[in-house]
Design a protein around this ligand. Structure first.
Ligand code: FPP
Length: 244
């Protein structure tokens, strides 16, 4: 994909309301430089700052980042601990700037599996930023799309058991209402970096009509021009939602 300079981003073109990103390639970025994988995650945190700032500047309303998947728990314990340390550091350090820049932060995923102090930080960051509305930043942590759908099915099952709903009344909207993303629109764009072309259990239900963008850049190298180039391409795509 051609990376265009900032000023060439189509003015008045269709700006996506919601961008979701699978931030992939931290390990390969480090390995290419004969560094430990952990260094790649650290540089990845820098790219997170850029993506948040870039989306806020461009007027994107929702940004959802895949920071740690349900499957990432099976990585070596040193890498998990380092990532947890990085989340801890990032949340503490960025809270002020997120607040000042109008960013509302939310989390999706099995947060209860995270270390308790990170759970406390998460509660604090959500509480402090909850009245912001310029950019709604959702961070998926310990998240899996299938697990999210399983949770929604359990919730519906309990409501059926309690006689609150009739199984025949279940439709797509009711399922969507029982997902963690119930109050945000589905992503218009999904960006995955590193050249891999997979969805990897991210927002499975929500991506039914999402436009996919697979970028060859590794996540730590992702910068605003990459975001702008993807948005530029998005504005040229014709979305049909299954119709003609
Ligand atoms: C995938 O790259 C990336 C992750 C599993 C972690 C993502 C985390 C960050 C970008 C750190 C900062 C995030 C926040 C929200 C502060 P990989 O390790 O699978 O890379 P590889 O496929 O090249 O091995």
């Amino acid at each position: 994909m051609e990376v265009l300079p900032s000023h060439s981003l189509t003015k008045g073109g269709a700006l996506p309301e919601h961008i979701a990103i699978i931030m992939d390639g931290n390990g390969r970025w480090a390995e290419k430089r004969a560094l430990q994988r952990l260094r790649g995650h650290e540089q990845g945190a820098e790219a997170v700052r850029e993506a948040v700032k870039g989306c806020a500047e461009l007027g994107v309303r929702y940004l959802t980042l895949f920071a740690f998947s349900s499957e990432n728990w099976s990585r070596p314990i040193e890498e998990i601990n380092h990532l947890m340390g990085l989340f801890r550091f990032f949340f503490k350090k960025e809270i002020k700037s997120l607040l000042e820049n109008g960013v509302q932060v939310r989390f999706i995923g099995h947060i209860n599996r995270l270390p308790e102090d990170i759970q406390d930080l998460i509660k604090e960051i959500c509480e402090i930023t909850r009245d912001n509305s310029k950019l709604i930043l959702t961070i998926a942590l310990s998240y899996g799309g299938q697990a999210e759908i399983v949770d929604a099915m359990k919730a519906l099952g309990r409501k059926i058991q309690a006689g609150e709903i009739d199984p025949e009344a279940i439709d797509e909207a009711m399922i969507a209402c029982n997902l963690e993303t119930a109050d945000i629109p589905d992503p218009d764009m999904l960006i995955r970096t590193s050249g891999e072309k997979r969805i990897s259990n991210f927002l499975l239900w929500q991506c039914a009509y999402t436009e996919f963008f697979f970028l060859d850049v590794l996540w730590p190298d992702f910068r605003k021009p990459h975001l702008e180039a993807a948005i530029e391409e998005f504005s040229r795509r014709h979305r049909r939602y299954g119709a003609l």
